[in-house]
Design a protein around this ligand. Structure first.
Ligand code: NAD
Length: 353
């Protein structure tokens, strides 16, 4: 029995998580114990804090953690240290996951949802973004202060240590070895000292993977090339903030933010699995949320944490199948296919299994 901690979260989180647990139960009956955990806005309401110690402990003791999404306008006025997103950062830190893996792959039936020119999309889009997750400016010192001349000011510190860069570079090169063997490291080395340091360490790690071709791009150029020639990317590795931004750009290239899963891995197999979207308060409670991103995150969990590759393949094929059948939630609907609710999408995927 695999022990999975489940964080439904806020907004559409419980909807997409519910669908995913149903799919997992269908593909591997009685293989999992699901332990539901409070985190995010709901935990603030119930316990006064976004990540109660008990919640983190359950995740740390589990074989893997599955997360929906947290946050929403209700908690926007919380002090910074008590915002739902702090819970998210706390879980990532507490689970010691440092590598976030986000595939960006165009599903053939959704090619028409790609906003890029047809000749660009037709070349195929299939890359992964490997984002450093527990370092950089998001985890540096944050402070608001008053300057000696009495003006208000703020600063956030960007910092990377050698082991942080080295271990994420290894994740990227290993991933590339199982793919097209191209790593593109993205930085801002023309301006930032942390980026020049990042580049130096990545080049050093590259020596251990002579079969892999390493390119470097500045982040501003990378954001253009992802639109111009996405087919040329295989594995992208980058620091926390750049990865945060570029992966949302990538999600639009391949269709909807609702379609993309992610895995966050540490040194062992205990990962954190979640869709890349947020809690989508604008559609919460309306059965409009696309559950596919979270369902595919469940498939990544089977693959990376439990080596259940056959079951993961079945889920991915079922998703392909329903898309081929023309089923679309609102976010991927272009006007001609069959518009379905989130729960109809879930039921169709389960039926295919
Ligand atoms: P969002 O991803 O929640 O929503 C952006 C847009 O995409 C919205 O129009 C939404 O309706 C749509 N969308 C997102 N997921 C969808 C799905 N599965 N199906 C259909 N449509 C979908 O981003 P946001 O609006 O910037 O943030 C809303 C809240 O979520 C904020 O409180 C933010 O802090 C939080 N957030 C949480 C996470 C997380 O938990 N990992 C990530 C990002 C944002």
């Amino acid at each position: 029995m695999k022990n999975v901690a489940v964080i439904p979260g806020d907004g559409i989180g419980p909807e997409v998580i519910g669908a995913t647990l149903d799919v997992l139960e269908k593909v591997a009956p009685k293989a999992f114990t699901f332990n539901e955990v409070a985190m995010g806005g709901n935990a603030i309401d119930k316990y006064g804090e976004p990540l109660p110690a008990e919640s983190l402990k359950i995740c740390q003791d589990a074989d893997a953690t599955l997360l929906g999404a947290v946050g929403g306008p209700k908690w926007d006025n919380q002090p910074p240290e008590n915002r739902p997103e702090r819970g998210l950062l706390g879980v990532r830190k507490g689970l010691k996951v440092f590598a976030n893996i986000r595939p960006a792959k165009i599903f053939a039936p959704l090619a028409s949802a790609c906003p890029l020119r047809k000749d660009i999309a037709d070349k195929g889009i299939d890359f992964v973004i490997i984002r450093e997750l527990t370092g950089g400016i998001y985890f540096g010192n944050h402070e608001a202060f008053t300057t000696p001349n009495g003006e208000r000011a703020a600063r956030d510190v960007m910092e990377y240590s050698e082991h942080e860069v080295r271990r994420i570079a290894h994740v990227a090169f290993k991933a590339a070895m199982g793919r097209r063997k191209i790593v593109t490291s993205i930085d801002k080395a023309n301006i930032l000292t942390t980026s020049r340091f990042w580049r130096e360490i990545v080049e050093d790690v590259a020596k251990e993977y002579p079969e892999v071709k390493l390119n470097h791009l500045y982040v501003d150029n990378a954001s253009m090339q992802l639109i111009r020639v996405p087919s040329e990317f295989d594995v992208i590795v980058t620091e926390n903030t750049f990865g945060d931004i570029l992966s949302d750009e990538a999600s639009q290239i391949v269709g909807s933010i609702g379609m993309i899963p992610s895995a966050s891995l540490g040194d062992n197999n205990r990962g954190l699995y979640e869709p890349i979207h947020g809690s989508a308060p604008d559609i919460a409670g309306q059965d409009k949320a696309n559950p596919i991103g979270t369902i595919l995150a469940g498939a990544m969990m089977l693959r990376y944490s439990f080596a259940m590759n056959a079951e993961a393949d079945r889920i991915e094929r079922a998703v392909d199948g329903v898309l081929n059948d023309g089923l679309r939630t609102g976010d991927i609907y272009t006007g001609t296919e069959k518009l379905v609710t989130g729960s109809q999408m879930r039921d169709a995927i389960i039926a295919r299994l």
